[in-house]
Design a protein around this ligand. Structure first.
Ligand SMILES: N[C@@H]1[C@@H](O)[C@H](O)[C@@H](COP(=O)(O)O)O[C@@H]1O
Length: 346
C-alpha cells in the first residue's frame, strides 16, 4: 500500500479582528512622527517625488491626487523606481523623495534609495523593520513593524506625512481630523470586511469560472482597482484581471464590453465620482455581469465625513479582499502561490 500526500485544501482566511488591528499599531504610532516631520519639512520643500513599485506606488497615487485637489503648492510626480533612475529627474535640496516598500528589499526601490544617497534631496522611507535595506538607505525612516496590513499601513504613515506638510504650508484644515480618522481606520477595515464577506462569497461563486475580469475606477479609487486587479487577482490567482481608468473607458476600452464580459466597477466618494456614474450607466445598458461596489455602502465608523473620500479606497480594499479569499478557495489556488515572483531570477 502506498501513501499519497495530498496538498492541503485552500480555505478562505477568516476575518481576524485582533490580527488586522494589531498589525496596524506600528503604523499608527509611526504616523505621529511622520506628521511631525511633515510639519518640519513643509517650508523647506518645493517638489515631492513618490518612488515605489506595485501596491505602494498606487498608495502614492492617492496622495498625489489629494495634493493636487487641495492645491498644496508643491510640484508632485510619481515614478516607478526603475524609470526614476533611467530618467534622472531634476533634484535639489528642496526636493523630497518618498519611497515605500513593505519588504524593504524590493530591488528597484532599494537601488533608487541608494542612487539618491549622494544627490541633493531629502529622502523619506516607510517599511517594516530597521534591518531592511530600504530602512538603511534613506535619511528619515518610518517603521510599521512586521505587518499583514502593509498596504494600509504605508498609507497611514504617508498620508500623515503629507497631511502635516499641507497643514504647515497652507493651513490645510482637516489635519487634526485626519489624524483621528487614521486612528479609526484599522477597525474600519474589520467592519468593511465583515460587512462584505457574504457578498464576496456570493460573487466568488458566481464568477469563479471567469478567467477575464476588468476593474474600472476613477481618481484615488483607481489605486484599489489596480491593487485588487493586478496585485491580487493577476498575481495571486493568475487571472486576466487588469484595471482601467474611468476617464479612459470611452476612449477605446469600452469596445470590449458585451453581455458575457464580467466587470468590477468601484465607486468612491471623491470629486471623480461622476466619471464612474457615467461608466455604470453605460455598462448597465449592455451587461448584467457587473459587480458594482460603492464605498457609500460602507459605514466607515469613526471617519470624519469630510475624509471619507480619502480613506474610502482602503475600506474598499478590505471589502474586496473577501471576494479574493473566497475565489482562492473555490479555485483551490492559494493567494500565496507564485510561479516567478521571489521564486526565479528576474
Ligand atoms: N503583491 C505585491 C505588490 O503589491 C507589491 O507592490 C510588490 C512590491 O513589494 P514591496 O512593497 O515589498 O516593495 O510586491 C508584490 O508584488
Amino acid at each position: 500500500m502506498t501513501s499519497e500526500t495530498r496538498p492541503a485544501p485552500v480555505v478562505a482566511a477568516p476575518i481576524d479582528r485582533e490580527t488586522i488591528v494589531g498589525s496596524l499599531q506600528g503604523a499608527l504610532s509611526a504616523k505621529n512622527d511622520a506628521a511631525r516631520l511633515g510639519q518640519q519639512l513643509a517650508g523647506q520643500i518645493d517638489r515631492i517625488y513618490f518612488v515605489s513599485c506595485g501596491a505602494p506606488n498606487r498608495v502614492m497615487l492617492t496622495l498625489e491626487y489629494w495634493l493636487d485637489h487641495y492645491h498644496s503648492g508643491y510640484q508632485v510626480k510619481r515614478y516607478f523606481p526603475a524609470e526614476f533612475m533611467t530618467l534622472e529627474p531634476e533634484l535639489d535640496e528642496r526636493t523630497l523623495v518618498v519611497l515605500g516598500s513593505k519588504s524593504g528589499t524590493t530591488a528597484e526601490t532599494v537601488e533608487a534609495a541608494r542612487y539618491l544617497q549622494d544627490k541633493p534631496c531629502v529622502t523619506v522611507g516607510v517599511t517594516t523593520t530597521a534591518d531592511r535595506p530600504l530602512a538603511q538607505a534613506v535619511q528619515h525612516v518610518f517603521l510599521m513593524g512586521e505587518t499583514e496590513q502593509a498596504h494600509t499601513g504605508i498609507f497611514i504613515v504617508l498620508q500623515a506625512l503629507i497631511g502635516g506638510m499641507m497643514h504647515a504650508r497652507s493651513g490645510w484644515p482637516l489635519f487634526e481630523s485626519l489624524m483621528r480618522s487614521l486612528d479609526a481606520l484599522p477597525e474600519v477595515l474589520v467592519e468593511s470586511a465583515l460587512l462584505s464577506d457574504a457578498r464576496g462569497k456570493e460573487d466568488a461563486l458566481k464568477y469563479q469560472n471567469d478567467r477575464i475580469l476588468y476593474h474600472i475606477a476613477s481618481g484615488p479609487m483607481f489605486a484599489t482597482a489596480y491593487v485588487f486587479g493586478v496585485c491580487m487577482l493577476m498575481e495571486m490567482q493568475w487571472m486576466h484581471s487588469t484595471a482601467l481608468e474611468a476617464a479612459e473607458w470611452f476612449h477605446g476600452p469600452f469596445e470590449i464590453l458585451d453581455a458575457e464580459l464580467p466587470l468590477m466597477l468601484l465607486l468612491g466618494e471623491d470629486p471623480s465620482r461622476p466619471l464612474m456614474d457615467r461608466v455604470v450607466n453605460f455598462c448597465r445598458k449592455y451587461s448584467d455581469r457587473l459587480m458594482i461596489y460603492d464605498s457609500r455602502d460602507l459605514p466607515m465608523t469613526g471617519i470624519d465625513p469630510e475624509l471619507r473620500p480619502m480613506l474610502a479606497p482602503f475600506a474598499m480594499q478590505a471589502a474586496l479582499n473577501r471576494f479574493a479569499e473566497h475565489l482562492a478557495e473555490l479555485h483551490g489556488h492559494s493567494l500565496d502561490t507564485r510561479r516567478y515572483m521571489w521564486v526565479t531570477e528576474y
